[in-house]
Design a protein around this ligand. Sequence first.
Ligand SMILES: [Zn+2]
Length: 86
Amino acid sequence: MSASICVPCGREFSSLSAFDAHQRWDYTQPPGRQVSCYDPAALRDRDGEPRFKVNRFGRWAHAAAKPPAAFNSRKESAREPRTRTR
Ligand SMILES: [Zn+2]
C-alpha cells in the first residue's frame, strides 16, 4: 500500500480512496481552482461516525475499513449488533 500526499493541503493519506474522498473537483472553475480539500476529521459516514482517522503512521485512513478476516472476531465483539428493520 502506498501513501498519497495531497499537494494543496499537505495531508498524507494511507490509500488512494481516502485521498480521493477528501477532495472535491469542480470543473466549472478555472484550472488551478478546481480542487478543494475537505478536512478529513469533519467527514462523517451516513451513521454519523467519523469517516477517517489518523493511523499510527500519521496518515489519514478509512476509520471503518474492513479489517482482514483474521481480525474480524476481535473487532466485531466490541461493536453493537445491528438490527434490521426489514
Ligand atoms: Zn488535500
